[in-house]
Design a protein around this ligand. Structure first.
Ligand code: GRF
Length: 214
């Protein structure tokens, strides 16, 4: 029997890399047909790069250019080039603190996903766990979604809930949300690698075929 080629992903991150590690560990433990081709960071000393090296995953810092919240034009071209050369099927944002825009998203339409620490569309943007706590909601959670031109607005793939407990601080709530993230992100990647997610406009659905990705 011919073995299908693995589903190739690139992971972009600016921070600790706990989601990247959870994905790498799940790929190994569950023998998911996923290959992390490269980990890219816009922060030269980000922990995610150290953790990728420890796991023997190719990784590199790529200068994001002069803006604070997005890539400048030259940097965007560089990121595109690296992803294209690695021939990845999907770009996985895991704590990447810059907004991807225009050219990048046009080239990789419905092939960029993100994990956000709230139940979108509630609390988009930064420090969503603090926003949830300040607002007084009783339930929050995390969302995996495709990335579109808006801020945390793309089609939702999956969500997990997390109760807000009495006495929660921003740190305790964030910690429990991140535990859920580390379970949800690998699960979603398994579904995408198996070709089991379809996108129709703003909606996504699960289909169960053995076709695999194409
Ligand atoms: C995660 O909590 C995710 O929700 C947000 O950024 C954080 C990244 O954490 N988008 P880590 O770098 O994966 O530890």
């Amino acid at each position: 029997m011919i073995k299908a080629r693995p589903f190739k992903i690139a992971i972009f991150g600016s921070g600790k890399g706990s989601n990247m590690v959870a994905i790498a560990e799940a790929v190994r433990a569950q023998s998911l047909p996923i290959s992390i081709e490269i980990v890219i960071s816009d922060v030269p000393d980000a922990k995610i790069l150290v953790r990728a090296r420890e796991l023997d995953i190719p990784s590199r810092y790529v200068n994001p250019g002069s803006f604070r919240t997005k890539l400048d034009e030259a940097a965007e071209q560089k990121y595109i080039q690296i992803v294209q050369e690695a021939r990845v099927d999907l770009v996985v944002l895991a704590g990447f603190m810059r907004i991807l825009k225009g050219n990048f998203l046009r080239l990789f339409e419905n092939r960029v996903i993100n994990i956000h620490p709230s139940l979108l569309p509630a609390f988009p943007g930064l420090e969503s766990w603090k926003q949830a706590l300040d607002y007084g909601v009783k339930v929050t959670g995390c969302t995996v979604h495709f990335v579109d031109q808006g801020m945390d607005t793309g089609p939702i793939i999956a969500q997990e809930t997390v109760p807000v407990l009495e006495g929660d601080s921003a740190e305790t709530l964030h910690g429990r949300i991140q535990e859920k993230e580390r379970m949800l992100y690998p699960q979603v990647l398994g579904l995408l690698a198996a070709g089991n997610i379809r996108v129709h406009g703003r909606h996504t659905s699960r289909c169960f075929t053995n076709e695999g990705h194409n």
